[in-house]
Design a protein around this ligand. Structure first.
Ligand code: FAD
Length: 291
């Protein structure tokens, strides 16, 4: 009999796990709390090791078609714009690491992963509230339905309920820094900017890159000190005026990007303390409880 596997969360991790496990012949269902998926504004850098993973999942060409391949990663001084060092990417990185370094919209990566899982295997509007050992695992959802499976994979993000059930409640650690992030039409710029640039200030930086093969979309993400802000959510927006002010002393290209950008998301950067184990502790706990 094939093992029945439930994956909680249809984000990047959950969908990638679903594609891989289905490839090994397992019966997989992904349970996602959201009712629908939207192309929310953020870029993602796909390093060669990530691209090797996507190659293994059969998604390399789909991702290459949409993504932008920068020739270099430029590191510049924030205020003067002077080049600090330039990392060769493009063909150089591909020859060296056997896979490309790409940049893309997270929504496009998500769509590519989603396209590799049958629609019926991704069940939306299913928020996991409880999981308990019951031969295999019994899952309970917010809509009062239950499911019994042989194995459950927790891919439910930073505020993981599965992690809480396995290991107990533990709040994420606030880094005291905030990321403002936005994707917007590159046509709003008065002139084209560098392909991929990180501009370094004393206590802040901004990363700017194109996210589409035809360069019609630009992305930026900041890291700024802000100890008071701890909300980590896709729906929380910020003020462009605040971001412009924070980078007012940066060079022209940064100011042009921030001038052109119409709206922005504000995202506290949170961390998790690394775990000793991802599964054994739960097994031990469950086993010792049964004794
Ligand atoms: C500012 C910033 C920049 C980043 N840049 C990069 C980058 O350039 N390259 C890179 O590789 N990584 C980057 N990362 C990291 C990357 O975004 C994350 O590692 C990745 O998104 C995590 O994926 P995930 O599938 O684990 O979680 P998520 O993408 O958060 O997905 C979790 C899913 O689980 C669902 N869910 C949650 N709880 C439940 C529940 N109880 N029941 C059912 N469903 C549930 C959620 O709705 C969501 O769909 C960045 C992160 C940040 C914050």
């Amino acid at each position: 009999m094939k093992a029945r596997i439930a994956i909680i969360g249809a984000g990047m991790g959950g969908l990638a796990a679903a594609v891989a496990l289905r490839g090994f012949g397992f019966e997989v269902r992904v349970y996602e709390q959201a009712e629908r998926f939207t192309r929310l504004g953020a870029g993602i850098q796909m390093s060669p090791n990530a691209m090797r993973g996507l190659r293994g999942l059969g998604l390399e060409s789909a991702v290459r078609r949409r993504a932008f391949q920068p020739r270099t990663w430029s590191n510049r001084d924030g205020s003067s714009g002077a080049m600090k060092f330039e990392l060769p990417l493009g063909r150089d990185a591909e020859d060296r690491y056997g896979a490309p370094y790409l940049q893309m919209h997270r929504g496009d990566l998500h769509e590519a992963l989603l396209s590799a899982v049958p629609a019926a295997a991704v069940i939306r509007g299913k928020q996991l509230v409880e999981a308990a050992a019951a031969g295999g695992v019994r899952l309970c959802f917010a809509d009062a339905t239950t499911k019994e499976v042989n194995l459950v994979v927790g891919a439910d993000g930073l505020h993981s309920r599965i992690r809480e059930i396995l290991l107990g409640a533990e709040a994420p650690v606030a880094t005291g820094r905030v990321a403002y992030r936005a994707t917007f039409l590159a046509a709003l710029l008065r002139y084209p900017v560098g392909e991929c640039t990180k501009c370094w200030g004393v206590d802040r930086h901004i990363v700017i890159y194109y996210t589409t093969a035809n360069r019609d979309e630009l992305y930026f993400v900041t890291s700024l000190p802000d100890a008071a802000w701890v909300s980590e959510s896709w729906s929380v927006t910020g003020e462009m005026a605040v971001v412009r002010e924070a980078f007012a002393g940066f060079h022209d290209e940064v100011r042009e990007v921030l001038r052109a950008c119409p709206k922005v998301h504000r995202w506290a950067i949170l961390e998790r303390v690394p775990l000793e184990t991802w599964s054994e502790r739960w097994m031990r706990r469950r086993i010792s409880r049964r004794r």
